[in-house]
Design a protein around this ligand. Structure first.
Ligand code: TYM
Length: 336
């Protein structure tokens, strides 16, 4: 993690049905923490979600639900700015400027693109240029730090490369070069599937038992953890190479209970009680979140938060967009 002072934080999550425990432990948890340390922007990236065609009504509902999840998880909309990406047109405009500042070969090397393209029924151009839009999101806020999970590392490197490239080209700090804020694996940077602990936990997992969703009822959480794949032997020891299943459950327990990995290792002899305690620790974190999520269903509450958020975000993003447009040589528009 970084040593530079944290001034401005930006991060985003795609509005898809089912936010996972991986999303929460890898990223959202840190959003909650960082909101008191820096000016924070948390975006619901609906334009990114469109890179794989979505049902329109579902996308709208998922967008609202993602924002509700942010608040239910503890992000205070009075402290941090929560908004929807498509509500601030500067994102789409800046995205084009990032597309023309990045290279085809760079985007071709993105492993997420390769993975997603291999699975998608249709590969849209947007799926390919996805990282340019992500760079736009981040650079529009003069972001110093980007809290994300480990899987976004390559996208952040590209964002930094684009910023450095433009700064070099114009011989000044046109754009702030952001730093990743990615927890190490033992602190949640990469939560693994409960069924295939060598793969990351993901909403696109076909095996339902592999992924815990934030809205899973307690009994479903208990069932999934009970059935989680463990490793031969009975030792509860952090060893991701040789004991990936147990190590993943240890990380989950550690983050949900506050116990260190060493304490966990010392406490258990065998998997039975260990798994029970993992399940109860996850339930204890998710139950209050689910309760707050339900309380936020009153019509208009989230919409109001998002309306204010878009205003706040736009006020920061538009001048940065103008700065980049100007540097690249676009003629400023004059109003008649
Ligand atoms: P998305 O919506 O796929 O995931 C949201 C966040 O969750 C993290 N994450 C995980 N962390 C740990 N373990 C896992 N198994 C796990 N699965 C997901 C992701 O790393 C991410 O932080 N491209 C982004 C959205 C985005 C964005 C941005 C992020 C768009 N613009 C600007 C930061 C800044 C994405 O698809 O995240």
């Amino acid at each position: 993690m970084s040593t530079r002072p944290i001034k401005t934080v930006f991060s985003g999550m795609q509005p898809t049905s089912g936010v996972t425990l991986g999303n929460y432990l890898g990223a959202m948890r840190n959003f909650v923490k960082l909101q008191h340390e820096a000016k924070c922007y948390f975006c619901v990236v609906d334009l990114h979600a469109l890179t794989i065609p979505k049902d329109p009504a579902e996308l709208r509902q998922n967008t609202l639900d993602m924002a509700r999840t942010y608040v239910a998880a503890g992000i205070d909309p009075k402290v941090a700015t929560i908004f929807v990406q498509s509500h601030v047109p500067a994102h789409a405009e800046m995205s084009w400027l990032m597309e023309v500042s990045s290279y085809y070969g760079e985007l071709q090397r993105m492993t997420q693109f390769k993975d997603k393209a291999a699975k998608a029924e249709v590969v849209t151009t947007g799926l390919f240029t996805y990282p340019a839009l992500m760079a736009a999101d981040i650079l529009l806020y003069d972001t110093t730090h980007v809290p994300v999970g480990d899987d976004q590392k390559q996208h952040l490197e590209l964002t930094r490369d684009i910023a450095v490239r433009l700064n070099n080209r114009f011989g000044r700090e046109l754009l702030v070069v952001p730093e990743p804020y990615i927890p190490p694996r033992e602190a949640g940077g990469r939560i693994m599937s409960l069924q295939e602990p060598t793969q990351k936990m993901s909403k696109s997992d076909t095996n339902e038992l592999g992924t815990i969703y934030l809205m899973d009822p307690p009994d479903v959480i208990r069932k999934k953890i009970k059935r989680a794949v463990t490793d031969p032997g009975r030792e509860v020891r952090y060893d991701p190479e040789n004991k990936p299943g147990v190590s993943n459950l240890m990380v989950i327990l550690s983050l949900c209970s506050g116990m260190s990995l060493e304490e966990i290792s010392e406490r258990y002899d065998g998997y039975g009680q260990f798994k029970k305690d993992v399940a109860e620790a996850v339930v204890a974190v998710l139950e209050p979140l689910q309760k707050r999520f339900k309380e936020l269903s009153e019509p208009g509450v989230i919409e109001e938060i998002l309306a204010r958020g878009a205003e706040e975000a736009e006020a920061v993003a538009t001048p940065v967009l103008r700065r980049v447009q100007d540097a690249l040589g676009l003629l400023p528009r004059r109003r008649p």
